[in-house]
Design a protein around this ligand. Sequence first.
Ligand code: NAI
Ligand code: MG
Length: 331
Amino acid sequence: MKLAVIEGDGVGREVIPAALQVLDCFDLPIEKIPLELGLGKWEKTGQAITDADIEILEDCDCILFGAVTTPADPNYKSVLLTIRRELDLYANIRPLKPIKGIKGATGNTDFDILVVRENTEGLYSSIEEVGENEAWSKRIITRRASERIAQVACEYAARRANHLTIVHKSNVIKADSLFLNTCRDVAHTHNVIHDAMLVDAMAYDMVRSPEKYDVVVAPNLYGDILSDLGGALVGSLGLLPSANIGEKQAFFEPVHGSAPDIAGRGVANPIAAVLSVAMLLDWLNRPEQARIVREAVETSVNENIKTADLGGNSTTAEVTEFLVYYVQSNS
Ligand code: NAI
Ligand code: MG
């Protein structure tokens, strides 16, 4: 099994080594392939990601990714968008689940939401033009992409509370009706109980009553925004893992970015990256090992070994040391 490891920029260089220490506690037949991508590479070579990098990634089974810094320069090609598109990693899975002992921004800890974000089209089509007086980005919705993301969402719903919420804005953006109707048809075929929410109302309601939701399927941009909102509900962006899944490959990454405001100080929360490793273990069909990693995270919080974003004063290294100790003693 080949795992490409991309630390990226900023705190990516701190949280990915931490996550690998946890993964290494299990003696798995994994060949790690380190790859440098992102702003650091762009500054050195003029390219953030090359065709050769894509070929290496295509040859791997899965990828563990930190975060990259994206400069405002219009010549800079987004590393993440390139990888998601080239490898056709069409389903972005973002669990929003409170960790026992942490209260998020609203104090509500009684929810368990799975955001399933369409990852290949919508407003992230990269078909755009920025002129001096006019700029536009083309927003694409296709039946094929809507159908396959709805299928993934329904498969998750069937294993959970069997409730799907379809997020859209079809009252104003007519393209969304194709997304909405396609998702409805798929949910109907799968016998999944489903409803629909306008994205603005959804943002409001997710803050007020997150316990009402189970699986939430959304076009690209809405899913991106709602999952960061979920970060506040859970307590910190430093806690949210994610998976980008395609037909054969999968890519695991914390939801957060390169956090330049705290990078290099050894205080980044490694939990989002470590929980991304738990998602990787699930994908590798190792649920028992994934469970131990999640238990280690919960225990670290209960033992008050927390980074500053959670109100603690532990360093990345101290949290990681505890997680490694816990996993080694319990596996
Ligand atoms: P960000 O997610 O990097 O940071 C937002 C806030 O959350 C900051 O206050 C940061 O300190 C905090 N935070 C993030 N990760 C944390 C962690 N592990 N522990 C503790 N606190 C954490 O988003 P921002 O500031 O909007 O973007 C910074 C850079 O990251 C930009 O260049 C952006 O383009 C890039 N970015 C990259 C992503 C990726 O590679 N997947 C995703 C989002 C942003
Ligand atoms: Mg985002």
